[in-house]
Ligand binder design. Structure first.
Ligand SMILES: [Zn+2]
Length: 399
């Protein structure tokens, strides 16, 4: 594995750390290793030039059309992948695309926080324009390019507006048409550190929830480079879902249309999406929770973490606490955990951070109560005990 800019050897493909998708079945490390060559070849000459100091690269503001966050949420209506093009017309929003790279009279979707790049099959060349204006709509991959650029860029600018200047603060390579066309997307961890979106059924990046979920994985690895072990994989999935939903909630219909669902649009496909409001399950502190694990009652491990976070968010928003304050607590609490942390470790950190940032506020009490509901915390931030039950002979039983 060599640095694309300097040619220095920086690692071995066997060290590839993580490959987490919106759903299971994508742990194909060998394919990742095979793709590295292609990634280096396609790493744009403009991005390389920009990284070397930007000689000859001008930064311009472009325009494009996006769904925000997705067509069924913004229109509050039912659509499917096969609905006629005209049904999507009212869902297009014209947005500015900030700090695009212009070089040799060509404008590219390469900015300070994301670079649209082709590194996975199918081989789809990133779209460019001469004037910075993208007019593409769904069905044309230039639309997927714009969706990916816009939603990652705005998320990074929002993170920085909260005062966090070092969370994935680099142009992450993003393949808007990857995963060999599967109905899945993934973030590949450091040192590769990039994101790709598949187009099976609904194109994944027609739904901002998928884009922000995958970006959420990138965020966790930059907040905590030791992110591994314990319940870290379920927490990473749950955090990505939370990050998608707190954004959706801020969009015009996001708070009212299926507010407890993640991936409303992409979830119209057979995989179905996920919830951020599950009940009827309890956290078992003696178990380690992986990504996308079924834990009974039709609930996945990811939802065990996203539910208390997002239900706290809704309760706090209901009391007029700004989104920014809640997201700041959630991000701040994830620093310094090291490896092998459990849900109750991070939950205790969330409550402590809330107390520290807002000693007189309702924040910490609301988080504490939501974590207690699912047995992620015991009273007063203590480690929970498994409520379990007893068998016929009176011995403690684990479910
Ligand atoms: Zn994921």
């Amino acid at each position: 594995m060599v640095d694309a800019l300097t040619g220095d050897v920086i690692g071995d493909p066997n060290e590839l750390s993580t490959n987490e998708g919106k759903r299971a079945e994508e742990d194909n490390y060998l394919q990742e290793a095979a793709n590295i060559d292609a990634a280096l070849r396609s790493f744009s000459a403009v991005t390389q030039r920009a990284a070397k100091g930007g000689e000859g690269v001008e930064r311009v503001t472009g325009q494009g059309l996006v769904f925000n966050p997705d067509p069924i949420t913004s229109l509050a209506t039912a659509l499917t992948d096969n609905s006629p093009a005209v049904a999507f017309e009212p869902a297009y929003n014209e947005v500015n695309l900030l700090e695009l790279a212009k070089f040799n009279n060509v404008v590219r979707l390469e900015g300070p926080w994301v670079a649209i790049t082709d590194f996975e099959p199918p081989n789809t060349i990133p779209s460019t324009t001469a004037d910075g204006v993208w007019t593409a709509k769904r069905g044309d991959n230039a639309f997927n390019d714009v969706m990916t650029y816009y939603h990652i860029d705005q998320s990074q600018r929002y993170i920085q507006s909260l005062g966090f200047t070092g969370i994935q603060a680099r142009p992450i390579p993003a393949d808007s048409d990857g995963m060999s066309g599967a109905d899945n997307s993934h973030y590949v961890g450091p040192p590769i550190d990039r994101i790709a979106f598949g187009h099976g059924c609904v194109d994944d990046n027609e739904d901002a929830d998928v884009i922000l979920h995958e970006y959420g994985h990138a965020m966790t690895y930059h907040i905590n480079p030791s992110w591994s072990g314990g319940d870290s994989r379920a927490i990473g999935e749950g955090f990505g879902d939370y990050w998608a939903e707190t954004y959706s909630h801020s969009t015009p219909n996001g708070a009212s249309f299926q507010a407890d669902r993640v991936f409303e649009w992409d979830g119209t496909c057979p995989w179905g999406g996920r919830s951020v409001n599950v009940t009827g399950v309890q956290y078992d502190p003696d178990k380690n929770y992986g990504a996308h694990e079924g834990i009974g009652n039709g609930v996945q491990s990811d939802e065990l973490w996203s539910t208390p976070l997002f239900q706290s968010f809704l309760e706090l928003r209901g009391r007029d606490v700004p989104r920014e304050e809640i997201d700041t607590i959630v991000l701040q609490s994830m620093f310094g955990l090291g490896a092998g942390f459990k849900m109750h470790d991070l939950a205790a950190a969330v409550v402590a951070t809330a107390k520290q940032l807002h000693p007189q506020g309702v924040h910490s009490g609301i988080f504490q109560a939501q974590f207690e509901k699912l047995n992620i915390l015991g009273p007063d931030g203590s480690v929970p005990t498994w409520p379990g039950g007893v068998d016929a002979a009176g011995a403690a039983v684990k479910r």
